[in-house]
Ligand binder design. Structure first.
Ligand SMILES: Cc1cc2nc3c(=O)[nH]c(=O)nc-3n(C[C@H](O)[C@H](O)[C@H](O)COP(=O)(O)OP(=O)(O)OC[C@H]3O[C@@H](n4cnc5c(N)ncnc54)[C@H](O)[C@@H]3O)c2cc1C
Length: 509
Protein backbone atom coordinates (compact mmCIF):
# COMPACT_ATOMS: atom_id res chain seq x y z
CA UNK A 1 0.00 0.00 0.00
CA UNK A 2 1.21 3.52 -0.79
CA UNK A 3 0.09 6.78 0.77
CA UNK A 4 -1.29 9.06 -1.92
CA UNK A 5 -3.34 12.22 -1.82
CA UNK A 6 -5.69 14.28 -3.88
CA UNK A 7 -5.84 18.05 -3.74
CA UNK A 8 -8.55 20.63 -4.00
CA UNK A 9 -11.49 18.54 -2.86
CA UNK A 10 -14.23 20.98 -1.97
CA UNK A 11 -17.04 20.50 0.51
CA UNK A 12 -19.57 22.72 2.22
CA UNK A 13 -18.56 24.02 5.66
CA UNK A 14 -21.50 22.03 7.07
CA UNK A 15 -20.11 18.63 5.95
CA UNK A 16 -18.60 16.36 8.60
CA UNK A 17 -15.16 14.82 8.04
CA UNK A 18 -16.72 11.34 7.65
CA UNK A 19 -19.01 12.64 4.90
CA UNK A 20 -16.07 14.24 3.10
CA UNK A 21 -13.96 11.05 3.22
CA UNK A 22 -16.87 8.88 2.04
CA UNK A 23 -17.57 11.23 -0.87
CA UNK A 24 -13.88 11.39 -1.83
CA UNK A 25 -13.56 7.58 -1.94
CA UNK A 26 -16.68 7.35 -4.08
CA UNK A 27 -15.54 10.05 -6.48
CA UNK A 28 -12.13 8.40 -6.95
CA UNK A 29 -13.58 4.91 -7.34
CA UNK A 30 -12.06 3.50 -4.16
CA UNK A 31 -13.76 0.85 -2.02
CA UNK A 32 -15.46 2.16 1.09
CA UNK A 33 -13.07 0.25 3.39
CA UNK A 34 -10.02 2.16 1.99
CA UNK A 35 -8.12 3.86 4.77
CA UNK A 36 -8.49 7.61 4.24
CA UNK A 37 -7.81 10.69 6.29
CA UNK A 38 -7.80 14.46 5.97
CA UNK A 39 -4.23 15.50 5.23
CA UNK A 40 -5.01 19.20 5.13
CA UNK A 41 -8.03 21.47 5.30
CA UNK A 42 -8.21 25.14 4.41
CA UNK A 43 -11.06 27.59 4.06
CA UNK A 44 -11.84 29.47 0.86
CA UNK A 45 -13.67 32.62 1.95
CA UNK A 46 -14.35 34.01 -1.52
CA UNK A 47 -18.06 34.79 -1.60
CA UNK A 48 -18.89 32.68 -4.67
CA UNK A 49 -16.70 29.74 -3.57
CA UNK A 50 -17.11 29.73 0.21
CA UNK A 51 -16.18 26.17 1.24
CA UNK A 52 -13.61 24.00 2.94
CA UNK A 53 -10.87 22.81 0.58
CA UNK A 54 -9.47 19.40 1.49
CA UNK A 55 -6.38 17.43 0.69
CA UNK A 56 -7.46 13.83 1.28
CA UNK A 57 -4.92 11.02 1.73
CA UNK A 58 -5.64 7.37 0.86
CA UNK A 59 -3.76 4.16 1.55
CA UNK A 60 -4.09 2.30 -1.73
CA UNK A 61 -2.30 0.33 -4.43
CA UNK A 62 -4.59 1.70 -7.10
CA UNK A 63 -2.78 3.69 -9.84
CA UNK A 64 -4.43 6.94 -10.83
CA UNK A 65 -2.74 9.88 -12.57
CA UNK A 66 -4.64 12.23 -10.26
CA UNK A 67 -2.93 10.77 -7.17
CA UNK A 68 0.17 12.43 -5.72
CA UNK A 69 2.63 10.76 -3.37
CA UNK A 70 2.54 11.95 0.24
CA UNK A 71 5.94 13.59 0.94
CA UNK A 72 7.86 11.75 3.59
CA UNK A 73 10.92 12.44 5.68
CA UNK A 74 12.94 9.84 7.54
CA UNK A 75 14.97 10.77 10.58
CA UNK A 76 18.72 10.20 10.14
CA UNK A 77 20.32 7.01 11.47
CA UNK A 78 21.69 6.99 15.00
CA UNK A 79 25.48 7.48 14.89
CA UNK A 80 28.18 5.71 16.89
CA UNK A 81 30.62 8.60 17.26
CA UNK A 82 28.28 11.09 18.90
CA UNK A 83 29.80 13.90 20.93
CA UNK A 84 28.89 16.98 22.96
CA UNK A 85 27.46 19.66 20.70
CA UNK A 86 26.76 23.07 22.27
CA UNK A 87 23.48 24.47 20.93
CA UNK A 88 23.11 28.15 21.79
CA UNK A 89 19.47 29.22 22.11
CA UNK A 90 16.45 27.16 23.05
CA UNK A 91 13.88 28.60 20.66
CA UNK A 92 12.28 26.46 17.93
CA UNK A 93 15.57 26.22 15.95
CA UNK A 94 17.74 25.23 18.92
CA UNK A 95 15.04 22.99 20.39
CA UNK A 96 14.53 20.91 17.24
CA UNK A 97 18.27 20.80 16.53
CA UNK A 98 19.02 19.57 20.07
CA UNK A 99 16.13 17.10 19.97
CA UNK A 100 17.36 15.48 16.75
CA UNK A 101 20.98 15.42 17.89
CA UNK A 102 19.95 13.73 21.14
CA UNK A 103 17.75 11.22 19.33
CA UNK A 104 20.60 10.28 16.99
CA UNK A 105 23.35 9.67 19.51
CA UNK A 106 24.92 13.07 20.24
CA UNK A 107 24.89 14.93 23.53
CA UNK A 108 23.47 18.39 22.92
CA UNK A 109 24.54 20.94 25.50
CA UNK A 110 21.83 23.58 25.31
CA UNK A 111 22.94 27.07 26.34
CA UNK A 112 20.02 29.43 27.00
CA UNK A 113 20.42 32.91 28.48
CA UNK A 114 16.83 33.06 29.71
CA UNK A 115 15.05 31.11 32.42
CA UNK A 116 13.07 27.87 32.37
CA UNK A 117 9.49 28.33 31.25
CA UNK A 118 7.75 28.29 34.66
CA UNK A 119 9.98 31.06 36.06
CA UNK A 120 9.89 32.85 32.72
CA UNK A 121 6.09 32.98 32.71
CA UNK A 122 6.18 34.68 36.14
CA UNK A 123 8.79 37.20 34.95
CA UNK A 124 6.77 38.05 31.86
CA UNK A 125 3.47 38.36 33.72
CA UNK A 126 4.92 40.67 36.34
CA UNK A 127 6.51 42.79 33.57
CA UNK A 128 3.13 43.07 31.85
CA UNK A 129 1.69 44.14 35.19
CA UNK A 130 4.10 47.04 35.46
CA UNK A 131 7.24 45.55 37.08
CA UNK A 132 10.73 46.30 35.73
CA UNK A 133 11.84 44.35 32.66
CA UNK A 134 14.12 41.39 33.34
CA UNK A 135 16.56 41.76 30.39
CA UNK A 136 17.41 38.03 30.50
CA UNK A 137 13.91 36.59 30.99
CA UNK A 138 11.20 38.10 28.86
CA UNK A 139 9.04 37.55 25.78
CA UNK A 140 12.12 37.02 23.60
CA UNK A 141 14.55 35.26 25.94
CA UNK A 142 14.01 32.02 27.84
CA UNK A 143 12.85 28.46 27.34
CA UNK A 144 11.04 28.03 24.03
CA UNK A 145 12.48 31.25 22.60
CA UNK A 146 10.41 34.03 21.08
CA UNK A 147 7.65 31.61 20.11
CA UNK A 148 6.60 30.70 23.66
CA UNK A 149 4.41 33.77 24.15
CA UNK A 150 2.87 33.65 20.72
CA UNK A 151 -0.15 32.52 18.81
CA UNK A 152 1.92 29.48 17.90
CA UNK A 153 0.96 29.76 14.25
CA UNK A 154 2.77 27.09 12.30
CA UNK A 155 2.08 28.41 8.83
CA UNK A 156 5.06 28.76 6.54
CA UNK A 157 5.83 29.43 2.91
CA UNK A 158 8.53 26.76 2.79
CA UNK A 159 7.60 23.40 1.27
CA UNK A 160 9.78 20.97 3.14
CA UNK A 161 8.84 17.42 4.11
CA UNK A 162 10.36 18.13 7.54
CA UNK A 163 7.35 20.40 8.29
CA UNK A 164 5.27 17.29 8.87
CA UNK A 165 7.88 15.95 11.31
CA UNK A 166 7.77 19.24 13.21
CA UNK A 167 3.97 19.04 13.46
CA UNK A 168 4.08 15.39 14.55
CA UNK A 169 6.74 16.17 17.14
CA UNK A 170 4.66 19.02 18.55
CA UNK A 171 1.70 16.62 18.78
CA UNK A 172 3.87 13.95 20.42
CA UNK A 173 4.82 16.45 23.15
CA UNK A 174 1.34 17.78 23.79
CA UNK A 175 -0.02 19.88 20.90
CA UNK A 176 -3.63 19.33 19.81
CA UNK A 177 -3.87 16.65 17.09
CA UNK A 178 -5.87 18.89 14.76
CA UNK A 179 -2.69 20.84 13.87
CA UNK A 180 -1.76 17.90 11.65
CA UNK A 181 -4.53 18.58 9.19
CA UNK A 182 -5.23 22.31 9.31
CA UNK A 183 -3.74 24.44 6.55
CA UNK A 184 -3.22 27.16 9.14
CA UNK A 185 -2.31 25.22 12.28
CA UNK A 186 -1.82 27.05 15.54
CA UNK A 187 -0.89 25.83 19.01
CA UNK A 188 -1.56 28.78 21.32
CA UNK A 189 0.74 30.10 24.03
CA UNK A 190 -0.99 27.97 26.71
CA UNK A 191 -0.06 24.73 24.94
CA UNK A 192 3.39 25.94 23.89
CA UNK A 193 4.37 26.58 27.49
CA UNK A 194 3.77 22.88 28.27
CA UNK A 195 5.27 21.54 25.04
CA UNK A 196 8.63 23.30 25.37
CA UNK A 197 9.01 21.86 28.86
CA UNK A 198 8.16 18.34 27.64
CA UNK A 199 10.69 18.68 24.81
CA UNK A 200 13.36 19.81 27.27
CA UNK A 201 12.64 16.82 29.52
CA UNK A 202 12.89 14.48 26.52
CA UNK A 203 16.24 15.96 25.43
CA UNK A 204 17.61 15.43 28.96
CA UNK A 205 16.21 11.89 29.05
CA UNK A 206 18.01 11.16 25.79
CA UNK A 207 21.33 12.25 27.33
CA UNK A 208 21.40 15.99 26.57
CA UNK A 209 21.97 18.81 29.03
CA UNK A 210 20.14 22.12 29.28
CA UNK A 211 21.73 25.11 31.03
CA UNK A 212 19.45 28.08 31.63
CA UNK A 213 20.65 31.56 32.64
CA UNK A 214 23.83 30.86 30.68
CA UNK A 215 24.81 33.32 27.99
CA UNK A 216 27.17 32.93 25.08
CA UNK A 217 29.37 36.00 25.60
CA UNK A 218 32.11 35.44 23.03
CA UNK A 219 33.69 32.97 20.60
CA UNK A 220 37.31 32.29 19.66
CA UNK A 221 38.16 31.41 16.08
CA UNK A 222 41.67 30.38 15.00
CA UNK A 223 42.68 29.81 11.37
CA UNK A 224 39.05 29.69 10.30
CA UNK A 225 38.09 27.05 12.87
CA UNK A 226 36.07 27.38 16.06
CA UNK A 227 38.27 26.87 19.13
CA UNK A 228 36.26 28.07 22.14
CA UNK A 229 32.96 29.54 23.15
CA UNK A 230 32.59 31.70 26.27
CA UNK A 231 29.67 31.01 28.58
CA UNK A 232 28.95 33.80 31.07
CA UNK A 233 32.54 34.87 30.36
CA UNK A 234 34.16 31.48 30.99
CA UNK A 235 36.00 29.66 28.21
CA UNK A 236 34.64 26.32 27.02
CA UNK A 237 36.77 24.34 24.55
CA UNK A 238 34.83 23.10 21.55
CA UNK A 239 35.29 22.82 17.80
CA UNK A 240 31.56 22.72 17.16
CA UNK A 241 28.56 24.89 18.16
CA UNK A 242 25.13 25.77 16.83
CA UNK A 243 24.14 29.45 16.89
CA UNK A 244 20.35 29.51 17.19
CA UNK A 245 20.15 32.87 18.93
CA UNK A 246 16.96 34.36 17.47
CA UNK A 247 16.66 37.96 16.32
CA UNK A 248 16.26 39.68 19.69
CA UNK A 249 19.79 39.42 21.06
CA UNK A 250 21.36 42.74 20.08
CA UNK A 251 24.38 42.24 22.38
CA UNK A 252 25.09 38.82 20.84
CA UNK A 253 24.78 40.25 17.33
CA UNK A 254 27.31 42.96 18.26
CA UNK A 255 29.69 40.35 19.67
CA UNK A 256 29.41 38.29 16.46
CA UNK A 257 29.98 41.39 14.32
CA UNK A 258 33.28 41.95 16.20
CA UNK A 259 34.44 38.45 15.23
CA UNK A 260 35.82 37.32 11.85
CA UNK A 261 32.52 35.98 10.49
CA UNK A 262 30.94 36.89 7.20
CA UNK A 263 27.79 38.79 8.14
CA UNK A 264 25.71 40.65 5.58
CA UNK A 265 22.82 43.10 5.68
CA UNK A 266 19.30 41.74 5.30
CA UNK A 267 16.02 43.54 4.67
CA UNK A 268 13.51 43.41 7.51
CA UNK A 269 10.30 45.22 8.37
CA UNK A 270 8.96 47.75 10.84
CA UNK A 271 5.48 49.00 11.65
CA UNK A 272 2.79 48.68 14.29
CA UNK A 273 0.09 46.32 15.63
CA UNK A 274 -3.48 47.04 14.65
CA UNK A 275 -6.32 45.58 16.72
CA UNK A 276 -10.03 45.58 16.07
CA UNK A 277 -13.18 43.66 16.95
CA UNK A 278 -12.96 39.93 16.16
CA UNK A 279 -16.74 39.68 16.00
CA UNK A 280 -16.98 42.41 13.35
CA UNK A 281 -14.24 40.67 11.36
CA UNK A 282 -16.15 37.37 11.52
CA UNK A 283 -19.23 39.15 10.14
CA UNK A 284 -17.28 40.81 7.35
CA UNK A 285 -15.36 37.71 6.24
CA UNK A 286 -17.95 34.97 6.81
CA UNK A 287 -21.01 36.93 5.62
CA UNK A 288 -24.03 34.62 5.65
CA UNK A 289 -21.91 31.85 7.24
CA UNK A 290 -21.29 34.01 10.31
CA UNK A 291 -21.93 31.90 13.44
CA UNK A 292 -21.38 28.52 11.74
CA UNK A 293 -20.02 26.22 14.45
CA UNK A 294 -17.42 24.68 12.11
CA UNK A 295 -15.74 28.02 11.51
CA UNK A 296 -13.21 29.37 14.00
CA UNK A 297 -12.47 33.07 14.39
CA UNK A 298 -11.76 34.64 10.99
CA UNK A 299 -8.30 35.73 9.88
CA UNK A 300 -6.86 37.65 6.94
CA UNK A 301 -3.75 38.22 4.89
CA UNK A 302 -3.16 41.65 3.43
CA UNK A 303 -0.54 43.05 1.11
CA UNK A 304 -0.24 46.29 -0.85
CA UNK A 305 2.69 47.19 -3.12
CA UNK A 306 3.83 50.73 -2.30
CA UNK A 307 6.59 50.95 -4.91
CA UNK A 308 5.97 49.12 -8.19
CA UNK A 309 9.55 49.73 -9.39
CA UNK A 310 11.05 47.42 -6.74
CA UNK A 311 8.01 45.61 -5.37
CA UNK A 312 8.28 47.01 -1.81
CA UNK A 313 5.09 46.42 0.07
CA UNK A 314 3.13 47.09 3.23
CA UNK A 315 1.62 43.88 4.53
CA UNK A 316 -0.06 42.18 7.45
CA UNK A 317 2.05 39.79 9.51
CA UNK A 318 1.47 37.37 12.35
CA UNK A 319 -2.29 37.86 12.46
CA UNK A 320 -3.66 36.68 15.82
CA UNK A 321 -7.41 35.98 15.82
CA UNK A 322 -8.96 36.48 19.26
CA UNK A 323 -5.55 37.43 20.61
CA UNK A 324 -3.85 40.26 22.42
CA UNK A 325 -1.11 42.72 21.67
CA UNK A 326 1.90 42.12 23.91
CA UNK A 327 4.87 44.05 25.18
CA UNK A 328 7.73 42.00 23.69
CA UNK A 329 10.62 44.18 24.86
CA UNK A 330 13.90 42.52 25.75
CA UNK A 331 16.05 45.58 26.42
CA UNK A 332 15.65 48.23 29.13
CA UNK A 333 14.20 51.55 27.94
CA UNK A 334 13.07 50.04 24.65
CA UNK A 335 9.60 49.14 23.48
CA UNK A 336 8.58 46.39 21.04
CA UNK A 337 5.08 45.10 20.26
CA UNK A 338 4.00 41.67 19.08
CA UNK A 339 0.86 39.50 19.23
CA UNK A 340 -0.19 36.28 20.91
CA UNK A 341 -3.29 34.09 21.42
CA UNK A 342 -4.40 31.23 23.56
CA UNK A 343 -5.40 28.02 21.76
CA UNK A 344 -9.10 28.94 22.12
CA UNK A 345 -8.52 32.26 20.34
CA UNK A 346 -11.50 33.60 22.24
CA UNK A 347 -10.33 37.14 22.98
CA UNK A 348 -12.57 40.01 21.88
CA UNK A 349 -10.00 41.56 19.54
CA UNK A 350 -8.15 40.36 16.46
CA UNK A 351 -4.70 41.84 15.91
CA UNK A 352 -1.97 41.82 13.26
CA UNK A 353 1.24 43.65 12.55
CA UNK A 354 1.12 46.10 9.65
CA UNK A 355 4.64 46.36 8.32
CA UNK A 356 6.76 48.17 5.76
CA UNK A 357 9.93 46.51 4.54
CA UNK A 358 13.22 48.39 5.04
CA UNK A 359 16.56 47.87 3.28
CA UNK A 360 19.42 49.06 5.49
CA UNK A 361 22.84 49.43 3.91
CA UNK A 362 24.63 47.38 6.60
CA UNK A 363 23.77 45.12 9.56
CA UNK A 364 24.85 47.95 11.88
CA UNK A 365 22.44 50.37 10.19
CA UNK A 366 19.59 47.86 10.62
CA UNK A 367 20.36 47.46 14.32
CA UNK A 368 20.61 51.25 14.71
CA UNK A 369 17.19 51.75 13.08
CA UNK A 370 15.59 49.23 15.45
CA UNK A 371 17.23 51.00 18.40
CA UNK A 372 16.11 54.44 17.25
CA UNK A 373 12.46 53.43 16.86
CA UNK A 374 12.24 51.29 20.02
CA UNK A 375 13.98 53.92 22.21
CA UNK A 376 11.75 56.72 20.89
CA UNK A 377 8.65 54.64 21.67
CA UNK A 378 9.82 53.96 25.21
CA UNK A 379 10.66 57.61 25.80
CA UNK A 380 7.29 58.99 24.71
CA UNK A 381 5.22 56.48 26.66
CA UNK A 382 7.62 55.49 29.49
CA UNK A 383 6.94 51.77 29.17
CA UNK A 384 3.28 52.08 28.12
CA UNK A 385 2.41 51.49 24.46
CA UNK A 386 2.22 54.59 22.25
CA UNK A 387 -1.18 54.18 20.57
CA UNK A 388 -3.48 55.95 18.20
CA UNK A 389 -6.68 55.37 16.28
CA UNK A 390 -6.68 54.43 12.60
CA UNK A 391 -8.24 57.78 11.71
CA UNK A 392 -5.74 59.86 13.70
CA UNK A 393 -2.85 57.85 12.25
CA UNK A 394 -3.96 58.62 8.70
CA UNK A 395 -4.48 62.31 9.59
CA UNK A 396 -1.07 62.48 11.31
CA UNK A 397 -2.57 63.90 14.51
CA UNK A 398 -2.25 63.11 18.20
CA UNK A 399 -5.44 61.41 19.36
CA UNK A 400 -7.44 63.24 22.05
CA UNK A 401 -9.04 60.02 23.09
CA UNK A 402 -8.45 56.38 22.17
CA UNK A 403 -11.94 55.50 20.96
CA UNK A 404 -12.67 52.14 19.33
CA UNK A 405 -11.61 48.72 20.63
CA UNK A 406 -10.18 48.54 24.16
CA UNK A 407 -6.42 48.11 24.16
CA UNK A 408 -5.18 44.65 25.12
CA UNK A 409 -1.57 45.85 25.55
CA UNK A 410 -0.33 45.61 29.16
CA UNK A 411 0.41 47.53 31.30
CA UNK A 412 -1.54 50.09 29.18
CA UNK A 413 -1.34 52.54 26.30
CA UNK A 414 -0.75 56.28 25.97
CA UNK A 415 -2.24 58.40 23.14
CA UNK A 416 0.50 59.41 20.71
CA UNK A 417 0.88 60.11 16.99
CA UNK A 418 2.89 56.97 16.16
CA UNK A 419 3.91 58.49 12.78
CA UNK A 420 6.53 60.35 14.81
CA UNK A 421 8.29 57.12 15.78
CA UNK A 422 9.33 56.27 12.23
CA UNK A 423 11.53 57.99 9.64
CA UNK A 424 9.09 60.11 7.56
CA UNK A 425 9.36 58.01 4.38
CA UNK A 426 8.55 54.80 6.26
CA UNK A 427 5.65 56.49 8.07
CA UNK A 428 4.27 57.67 4.69
CA UNK A 429 4.39 54.09 3.32
CA UNK A 430 2.72 52.75 6.44
CA UNK A 431 -0.09 55.32 6.05
CA UNK A 432 -0.57 54.41 2.39
CA UNK A 433 -0.69 50.72 3.29
CA UNK A 434 -3.00 51.20 6.25
CA UNK A 435 -5.48 53.20 4.14
CA UNK A 436 -5.70 50.23 1.75
CA UNK A 437 -5.95 47.82 4.71
CA UNK A 438 -8.95 49.79 6.00
CA UNK A 439 -10.56 49.74 2.58
CA UNK A 440 -10.06 45.99 1.99
CA UNK A 441 -10.16 44.40 5.45
CA UNK A 442 -11.65 46.68 8.08
CA UNK A 443 -14.34 48.62 6.30
CA UNK A 444 -15.78 51.11 8.79
CA UNK A 445 -14.61 49.14 11.79
CA UNK A 446 -12.49 51.28 14.14
CA UNK A 447 -8.94 50.14 14.88
CA UNK A 448 -6.42 50.85 17.60
CA UNK A 449 -2.78 51.03 16.54
CA UNK A 450 0.06 50.36 19.03
CA UNK A 451 3.72 50.75 18.03
CA UNK A 452 6.40 49.79 17.27
CA UNK A 453 6.73 46.32 15.77
CA UNK A 454 10.44 46.04 14.92
CA UNK A 455 11.48 42.42 15.61
CA UNK A 456 9.74 40.66 12.77
CA UNK A 457 12.91 39.15 11.33
CA UNK A 458 16.68 39.44 11.57
CA UNK A 459 18.35 42.59 10.20
CA UNK A 460 21.37 40.49 9.15
CA UNK A 461 22.46 37.12 7.83
CA UNK A 462 25.43 35.11 9.10
CA UNK A 463 26.71 33.57 5.88
CA UNK A 464 27.07 29.82 5.77
CA UNK A 465 28.14 27.21 3.26
CA UNK A 466 25.03 26.07 1.41
CA UNK A 467 25.83 22.39 1.62
CA UNK A 468 27.54 21.95 5.01
CA UNK A 469 25.55 24.74 6.71
CA UNK A 470 28.72 25.77 8.56
CA UNK A 471 29.70 29.42 8.82
CA UNK A 472 31.37 30.61 5.60
CA UNK A 473 34.42 31.76 7.58
CA UNK A 474 34.41 29.55 10.65
CA UNK A 475 34.49 25.77 10.41
CA UNK A 476 32.49 24.09 13.17
CA UNK A 477 30.10 27.00 13.76
CA UNK A 478 26.55 26.45 12.51
CA UNK A 479 24.40 29.63 12.17
CA UNK A 480 20.81 28.45 12.48
CA UNK A 481 17.21 29.65 12.51
CA UNK A 482 15.70 33.08 12.36
CA UNK A 483 18.43 35.03 14.12
CA UNK A 484 21.05 33.83 11.65
CA UNK A 485 18.80 34.94 8.78
CA UNK A 486 17.68 31.51 7.54
CA UNK A 487 14.10 31.32 8.75
CA UNK A 488 11.07 33.44 9.55
CA UNK A 489 8.65 32.03 12.08
CA UNK A 490 8.35 28.97 14.29
CA UNK A 491 7.98 26.33 11.58
CA UNK A 492 10.84 27.39 9.31
CA UNK A 493 13.12 27.92 12.33
CA UNK A 494 12.33 24.41 13.60
CA UNK A 495 12.97 22.97 10.11
CA UNK A 496 16.30 24.79 9.93
CA UNK A 497 17.18 23.31 13.33
CA UNK A 498 16.55 19.82 11.93
CA UNK A 499 18.61 20.55 8.80
CA UNK A 500 21.57 21.75 10.88
CA UNK A 501 21.37 18.68 13.15
CA UNK A 502 21.38 16.43 10.04
CA UNK A 503 24.54 18.14 8.73
CA UNK A 504 26.29 17.79 12.08
CA UNK A 505 25.38 14.09 12.23
CA UNK A 506 26.62 13.57 8.70
CA UNK A 507 29.94 15.27 9.49
CA UNK A 508 30.43 13.25 12.68
CA UNK A 509 29.51 10.04 10.88
C1 LIG B 1 5.18 37.57 20.86
C2 LIG B 1 5.62 36.81 19.63
C3 LIG B 1 4.67 36.14 18.89
C4 LIG B 1 5.05 35.38 17.77
N1 LIG B 1 4.10 34.68 17.10
C5 LIG B 1 4.48 33.81 16.11
C6 LIG B 1 3.55 32.93 15.52
O1 LIG B 1 2.38 32.86 15.90
N2 LIG B 1 4.00 32.11 14.53
C7 LIG B 1 5.30 32.13 14.09
O2 LIG B 1 5.65 31.37 13.19
N3 LIG B 1 6.20 32.97 14.64
C8 LIG B 1 5.83 33.79 15.66
N4 LIG B 1 6.76 34.61 16.25
C9 LIG B 1 8.14 34.55 15.74
C10 LIG B 1 8.80 33.27 16.26
O3 LIG B 1 8.68 33.22 17.64
C11 LIG B 1 10.24 33.23 15.81
O4 LIG B 1 10.25 33.24 14.40
C12 LIG B 1 10.94 31.96 16.28
O5 LIG B 1 10.82 31.81 17.67
C13 LIG B 1 12.41 32.00 15.89
O6 LIG B 1 13.01 30.83 16.36
P1 LIG B 1 14.56 30.76 16.70
O7 LIG B 1 14.75 29.49 17.42
O8 LIG B 1 15.34 31.02 15.48
O9 LIG B 1 14.83 32.00 17.69
P2 LIG B 1 14.18 32.37 19.08
O10 LIG B 1 12.87 31.75 19.26
O11 LIG B 1 14.25 33.85 19.17
O12 LIG B 1 15.14 31.72 20.14
C14 LIG B 1 16.45 32.17 20.36
C15 LIG B 1 16.85 31.86 21.78
O13 LIG B 1 18.23 32.14 21.91
C16 LIG B 1 18.48 32.70 23.17
N5 LIG B 1 19.72 33.48 23.09
C17 LIG B 1 19.95 34.62 22.39
N6 LIG B 1 21.21 35.03 22.56
C18 LIG B 1 21.78 34.14 23.38
C19 LIG B 1 23.08 34.05 23.94
N7 LIG B 1 24.02 34.94 23.67
N8 LIG B 1 23.34 33.03 24.78
C20 LIG B 1 22.38 32.10 25.08
N9 LIG B 1 21.13 32.15 24.59
C21 LIG B 1 20.85 33.16 23.73
C22 LIG B 1 17.25 33.54 23.45
O14 LIG B 1 17.08 33.72 24.83
C23 LIG B 1 16.14 32.71 22.82
O15 LIG B 1 15.50 31.89 23.76
C24 LIG B 1 6.40 35.38 17.36
C25 LIG B 1 7.36 36.09 18.10
C26 LIG B 1 6.99 36.80 19.22
C27 LIG B 1 8.03 37.56 20.01
Amino acid sequence: MKSVFINDFRASVDCSEEQVLARAKKEYGLPSHTKAYVYRRSLDTRKDRFSFVYTVAFETDREDSRFRTVPSYTLPQRIEKGKTVPVVGFGPAGMFCAWLLAKCGCKPLVIERGRAVDERVKDVESFWNGAELNPESNVQFGEGGAGTFSDGKLTTRIHDPRCRTVLETFVQYGAPKEILSLAKPHIGTDNLQKIVKALREEIIKLGGEVRFETKLTDIRIENGTLKQIFLNGEAFDTDIAVLAIGNGAEDTYKMLLRNPLAIEKKPFSVGFRTEHSQDALNHRIYGKYYGNANLGPADYLFSHVTDKSNGTAVYSFCMCPGGRVVNASSLPNRLVTNGMSYFSRDGRNANAAILASVHPSSPEEGLALQKQIESAAWKVAQGLGPATTGKDFLNKQTPNKLSGPDATFCPGVRPYDINELFPPKIAARLREGFAKFQERILGNEPALLTAPETRTSAPLRILRDESTLQSALCKGLYPCGEGAGYAGGIMSSAVDGLRVAEQILETLQ
